[in-house]
Design a protein around this ligand. Structure first.
Ligand code: MN
Length: 440
């Protein structure tokens, strides 16, 4: 009987201050997610994705490739909803690569983003997943060589991520489950430091999957550790059914930060409504009821007056603060396909809606497709010149990419093994989902 045995290791690396990677070892499902987003958002995105993937996969019937895709789509929605509900989480997203043993026996593999899954078969390492980033697509289209890609200044720009749109195209691969094969899931922090040849020899040197995972992470750290490093090694084994009993106890628990979804049901904030996290009002500051005997005394009256005055000052001050907050910022967004600059906050604040400040001469076809998600959600800038500079940078980046694309051939986009070709994310209409109308 075919089964999986796995080991996992993760480390913050030598440069970063926090680990935004998350991983899952929940037999027969294994996954790695590499979060992105400011402050704690990257950690939230990857942890949320892993949790939703795990729940979706394990609580919905027998494991199939379809079930894995559905669970990943659910994970996408969970991250998207959380970002919609919390302005400080805006723009967060994560990669997700996962493998599951399904009937056949086969291995279903899904991928979104630039984490990777390799298989070591017959001493040969093969990358199964396709990296959804700009340079990988340029390599696939023959525009640059793999060697150029390794030092390309924009090698970190992802073209697909989980949680940045209400729905995401998901690549699916199905492999025969062959005992003796070893699968490697990793965040980009591993291949960034350790080349394929060394990965292969380390995988061959350490028979125990846990030891192999730890050794790979340690090696990436020794070679710079410029990013978070997460490795899950999954061995396909042939074993007696009885021997599988205790396997689950070796699974590492998912390192989830405090559940950010617990506060409120996901998906409550529509695009039209104010994107303000629900306030939990502190217990009402009730004035202590005056003892009956004090009612006639003047100090009570003075106190009441002072209390009312303070109350008015606080309310007026808060209102002024909200108006200031709502109007003090600018953001670059879209009006139809036109790139425009608004004064205000994306989505408005407590009914104070942003107003159109500038209409630029540019449209969505003048910028890289990777620039579209921030434009859709509204790229905030502190001033009008900063917003204008942001637009200029987008145009410049696009024009640079156009120049690098020479000679201008009209080759059709290479087909990837996924369900949808790269790039379709940007034009895909999501009319079936609420919450996808163009904001603001
Ligand atoms: Mn990374």
């Amino acid at each position: 009987m075919v089964a999986l045995r796995a080991g996992a290791a993760t480390d913050v690396g030598q440069v970063r201050s926090n680990n935004q990677d998350s991983h899952l070892t929940s037999d027969p499902l294994y996954a790695v997610a590499d979060g992105m987003g400011g402050a704690a958002a990257g950690e939230v995105a990857s942890a949320l994705a892993i949790e939703a993937l795990n729940n979706g996969f394990h609580h919905s019937g027998p494991p199939t490739p379809d079930l894995l895709i559905q669970a990943a789509q659910t994970a996408n929605r969970a991250v998207w909803d959380e970002a919609e509900a919390n302005p400080e989480m805006r723009g967060m997203g994560t990669t997700l690569v996962a493998i599951a043993l399904v009937a056949g026996p086969e291995l279903a593999i899904i991928n979104i983003g630039d984490s990777r899954l390799y298989v070591l078969h017959d001493h040969e390492l093969r990358q199964i997943t396709f990296d959804h980033n700009l340079v990988a697509e340029m390599v696939a289209e023959g525009r640059i060589t793999p060697a150029e890609a390794e030092v390309h200044p924009r090698r970190n720009i992802m073209t697909r991520a989980l949680g940045v749109e209400p729905e995401v195209p998901i690549d699916l691969f199905v492999e025969e489950a062959v005992p003796g094969d070893r699968y490697l899931l990793c965040s980009d922090g591993l291949p960034r430091e350790v080349h394929d040849g060394l990965i292969t020899s380390l995988l061959e040197r350490f028979a125990d999957p846990q030891a192999a995972a730890k050794e790979l992470v340690d090696e990436a750290n020794r070679r710079g550790g410029n990013d978070n490093i997460t490795v899950v090694v999954v061995d396909v084994v042939d074993e007696e059914p009885a021997a599988t009993g205790n396997d689950a106890t070796t699974a590492l628990p998912v390192a989830a930060p405090e559940d950010p979804t617990a506060e409120q049901p996901a998906g409550t904030a529509g695009p039209g409504g104010p994107d303000v996290a629900p306030d939990h009002p502190p217990p009402a500051a009730t004035a202590a009821p005056a003892p009956p005997g004090r009612r006639k005394r003047s100090p009570v009256t003075v106190r009441v007056v002072v209390f009312i005055l303070l109350f008015i000052i606080i309310v007026v001050g808060a209102a002024a603060g909200i108006v200031w907050y709502a109007r003090s910022s600018y953001f670059v967004g879209l009006k139809g396909s036109q790139i425009v600059i608004y004064q205000g906050r994306p989505g408005g604040v407590l009914g104070i809606n942003p107003t159109l400040k500038r209409t630029t001469p540019y449209t969505t076809s003048d910028v890289l497709s990777s620039a579209l998600p921030p434009l859709r959600s509204g790229q905030e800038e502190s001033s009008l010149p900063a917003a204008e500079a942001y637009v200029q940078n987008l145009i410049a980046a696009y024009q640079t990419a156009q120049r690098n694309a020479a000679p201008p051939t009209t080759t059709p986009p290479t087909t990837t093994p996924g369900t949808t070709a790269p790039g379709t994310t940007t034009t895909r209409p999501f009319s079936g989902f609420p919450g996808t109308t163009v904001k603001p």
